[in-house]
Design a protein around this ligand. Structure first.
Ligand code: B3K
Ligand code: ZN
Length: 851
């Protein structure tokens, strides 16, 4: 099979062979690292079936069957062995060069430590193997290395360790749980170690260890506390207890993603472990709690029950994101957490659905699996699980989870198996619901209504279509959360409707006066809602809707409408203006002492340009940016006194919520009046934590205040030795909306703290530019696109996975004007003609240029 050919879900076949156990002997010796893998292989298919093993990027030294060297064919991506007996021992010796591995897949070096990343298909870079998730083997691992790597770690329990000659030593690990190869992990390095323990509900002691780079022990505490909270929460909410006697987390600097749930040995990006209040923001602390939770929850949803094939990735990721979202909600504010999850869907997932990489949460065809660790599979996947939770209720959902584990513990299964468990346990018919796994694209739900005052009757018609899935797409089962509010703000009706038809009408009788509908409350399904709200209705909902999330949703609708109305005015060459009722509604929010400060901050953080783009089919970007800016400035100018009062009141409070609101208010104040830079400067100088220091910098950077450069320089000199903090500085540089931004980013690539080999740096400076600096990335002269393309050409060799991830904005061109679209396509064509384009980029470029 050619390396660029797609694999299809419909072609799935059970494996011909299975591997019941594997003993890995890993001799770590820099460029001459040697792996001896001895597997017990059993044939499942007919006699005469050859054994095909996956393998990539290694030097193969020998292959033996039952102790005897055998013939084999090597091909790109693998190895073929002649038909073999029913059961046999297979010994394979491979040589690796972890130091040269910049792709950060398989075995590589991060800042002097050896570590691994095997999901999705990295194990095949360590040895030739049946590298697919439905082959579950028991692992024993012997690691040998120089004593300058004092910690030698792998999955499961340490069973032996000892000294060797020549300054070397070894350790042996055994994992009692059969697992797919993607959960294998190995680490060798010198670390500081934070230790603690957790006593499980049944009274077992679990040793907890967090390994961090030397000198960072003081920053490991929050990750450890988060781990203990996650362990306790999974017991109390999901009745799930940890199953090994040890749980290790290792933080490394060079990591492609956030973290990895390897059995008993999680490997984490330092970004999701290291924090203290000097160097990390409140958001960073929250992110750590959420990712530590996420990886821990995978132990049951992913590791104990895993995926049959990679098309089923959402089985573990959608479910585990749902679980981590629930964890965050239970640890903090449910409303703020829900809003953040909704924003990911509306800003990023809708864009993916509308672009060339649109795919169902269970993709049907894949070239490079790493391209499918997406907001669709993860976050829309979590919304699909959430809808089941809504349909079944907490008790029904928990019964479903219980049945899922009873049926499938120790197995590799499909998304269908999960839905079946939910259905069988609860008795709720989910037949139609399964469509959510099949369709790509965002369904559009259009609502119309009418009120008959004489009869006291309200009619609501809900229709659905999916422009991406097309005409023949079957209607989806949509849980549609509806509240009807009376004129005095009281709730007249509140229920989740089961919408199942292409068009359905719901009738409400006996109403004394006209009602205002709060539609799709809490974002009860991942769809685009179309309803012609009047300003009065939105203002009414902002004041009276039953949930805080619904009030926020109304504010988004109100401000979005204000922006689009001004775009229309610009198109007609009319002057822009802001409806005073909109201003009053926002002023009301600022003055509402009953609202949580973090909720007010969310309402002030109006939809990003990207989120607004996703609300329409075509956009005149220049007009949109101008209208959005106008709305912010008008609003801020009209509410300057209230903003200042809110800023001051919240400056005296030491809480996450107060800081969020204070900093949101500061951004708006600086947009109105440069005089407020005195506040910025005072806040920056007095800041006792990173949230406040960065809040001041964000405001200065956003408004390009006169003192901006000086503050940036001070920040740089204070933090230049702390890479995770420098990432924040690089992001600010990348996000400033000035004509010189690209030239500056270009020169910052030579900064001492920057490296193209480190994914965190690349994401901060380059990824963030493309994803968050809408105005400069989409410059009319195309300079933003070309800059990005040049970076991608370089990253194609170094780290194609990271390159493919940050290129996303370059393929999402469909909504822009012809000139921009053409320039973006021309850039993609430059990539297309590269002789050595990696599969990761190849798949995206081809899909983007397809029609
Ligand atoms: N399962 C890993 C992601 C692996 C990414 C491979 N490209 C992290 C997570 O979702 O928990
Ligand atoms: Zn995950």
């Amino acid at each position: 099979m050619s390396q660029t050919e797609a694999k299809h879900l419909k072609d799935y076949r059970a494996p011909d062979f299975t591997i019941e156990s594997i003993a890995l002997d890993v001799n770590l010796a820099g460029k001459a690292t040697k792996v001896v893998a001895t597997s017990r292989v059993r044939r499942l298919a007919d006699e005469g079936t050859p054994l095909l093993l996956d393998g990539d990027g290694m030097q193969l030294e020998s292959v033996k069957v039952d102790g005897t060297a055998v013939e084999y064919d090597q091909f790109e991506g693998g190895l073929r062995l002649a038909p073999a007996p029913l059961e046999f021992d297979l010994e394979i010796v491979t040589l690796l060069d972890p130091e040269a591995n910049t792709s950060l897949e398989g075995l590589y070096m991060s800042d002097g430590a050896y570590c691994t990343q095997c999901e999705a298909e990295g194990f095949r870079r360590i040895t030739y193997f049946l590298d697919r998730p439905d082959v579950l083997a028991k692992y024993t691992v012997r690691i040998e290395a120089d004593k300058s790597f004092p910690f030698l770690l792998s999955n499961g329990n340490l069973i032996e360790q000892g000294e060797l000659d020549n300054g070397r030593h070894f350790a042996c690990w055994e994992d009692p749980f059969p697992k797919p190869s993607y959960l294998f992990a190995l680490v060798a390095g010198d670390f500081d170690l934070l230790e603690d323990k957790f006593v499980t509900r049944s009274g077992r002691d679990v040793k907890l260890q967090v390994f961090v780079d030397k000198g960072n022990l003081g920053k490991a505490g929050h990750a450890m506390e988060s781990l203990k909270k996650a362990m306790a929460w999974d017991e109390s909410r999901f009745d799930l207890e940890y199953d090994l006697d040890i749980y290790m987390i290792v933080a490394v600097d060079f990591f492609n993603m956030g973290a990895m749930e390897n059995k008993g040995l999680n490997i984490f990006n330092t970004k999701y472990v290291l924090a203290d209040s000097d160097s990390a923001t409140d958001d960073d602390f929250h992110g750590i709690e959420s990712v530590v939770g996420h990886e821990y929850f995978h132990n049951w949803t992913g590791n104990r029950v895993t995926c049959r094939d990679w098309f089923q990735l959402s089985l573990k990721e959608g479910l585990t994101v749902f679980r981590d979202q629930e964890f965050s909600a239970d640890m903090g504010s449910p409303a703020v957490n829900r809003i953040q999850a909704i924003k990911v869907i509306q800003n990023q997932q809708f864009a993916e659905d509308a672009g060339p990489m649109a795919h169902p949460i269970r993709p049907q065809s894949v070239i490079e699996m790493n391209n499918f660790y997406t907001v669709t599979v993860y976050n829309k996947g979590a919304e699909v699980i959430r809808m089941m939770h809504t349909l079944l209720g907490e008790a029904g959902f928990q019964k479903g989870m219980k049945l899922y584990f009873e049926r499938h513990d120790g197995q590799a299964v499909t998304c269908d198996d999960f839905v079946s468990a939910m259905q069988d346990a609860s008795g709720v018919d989910l037949a139609q619901f399964r469509q959510w796994y099949e369709q790509a694209g965002t369904p559009v739900v259009t609502v119309t209504d009418s009120f008959d005052a004489v009869a006291g009757r309200y009619e609501l018609t809900i229709s659905q279509e999916n422009p991406v899935a097309g005409e023949n797409a079957k209607p989806l089962h949509i849980p549609f959360d509806l509240e009807l509010l009376g004129a005095d703000g009281t709730s007249v009706f509140s229920k989740v409707l089961d919408v199942k038809q292409k068009q359905e009408t719901f009738v409400f009788e006996g109403l004394g006066s006209e009602v205002v509908p709060s539609l799709l409350q809490n974002f009860s399904a991942p769809v685009k809602l179309k309803y012609d709200y009047s300003v009065e209705q939105m203002v009414h909902l902002m004041r009276h809707a039953g949930s805080e999330v619904a009030r926020w949703e109304a504010s988004v609708a109100l401000i979005s409408q204000a922006v689009w109305q001004n775009v229309a005015r610009l198109q007609q060459s009319e002057a822009m203006h802001l409806d005073p009722r909109v201003v009053d509604a926002f002023r009301g929010v600022l003055l509402d002492s009953n609202l949580d400060a973090a909720m007010v901050a969310e309402i002030l953080n109006i939809p990003s340009a990207q989120a607004l783009v996703e609300q329409v089919d075509k956009v005149d970007l220049d007009l949109l940016l101008a209208a959005r800016e106008f709305v912010i400035e008008e609003m801020a100018a009209s509410c300057e006194d209230e903003l200042l009062a809110v800023y001051r009141a919240n400056s005296f409070e030491d809480s996450v919520q107060a800081r969020a609101l204070k900093n949101a208010a500061l951004v708006w104040l600086c947009q109105v009046n440069e005089d407020h830079q005195a506040l910025v400067s005072a806040q920056f100088e007095a800041a006792s934590n990173m949230t406040d220091a960065l809040g001041a910098l964000v405001a200065a950077n956003r408004a390009s205040l006169p003192l901006r450069d000086q503050l940036m320089a001070e920040f740089e000199s204070r933090w230049k030795e702390t890479p995770l903090v420098m990432d924040k500085w690089f992001m600010l540089q990348a996000m400033q909306d000035t004509d010189t931004c690209i030239d500056r980013i270009q020169s910052l690539r030579g900064h001492a703290a920057f490296s193209m080999n480190n994914p965190n740096r690349v994401r901060s400076l380059i990824g963030c530019f493309a994803a968050a600096n809408t105005a400069q990335f989409h410059r009319a002269d195309g300079k933003g696109y070309q800059f990005m393309t040049d970076c991608l050409k370089e990253l194609n060799k170094l780290n194609p996975q990271v390159a493919a991830r940050i290129m996303t904005p370059l393929i999402q061109f469909a909504k822009f004007d012809d000139s921009r679209q053409q320039m973006m396509k021309d850039c993609l064509k430059q990539l297309q003609t590269m002789p050595d384009l990696a599969r990761d980029l190849y798949e995206k470029v081809e899909r983007a240029l397809q029609d």
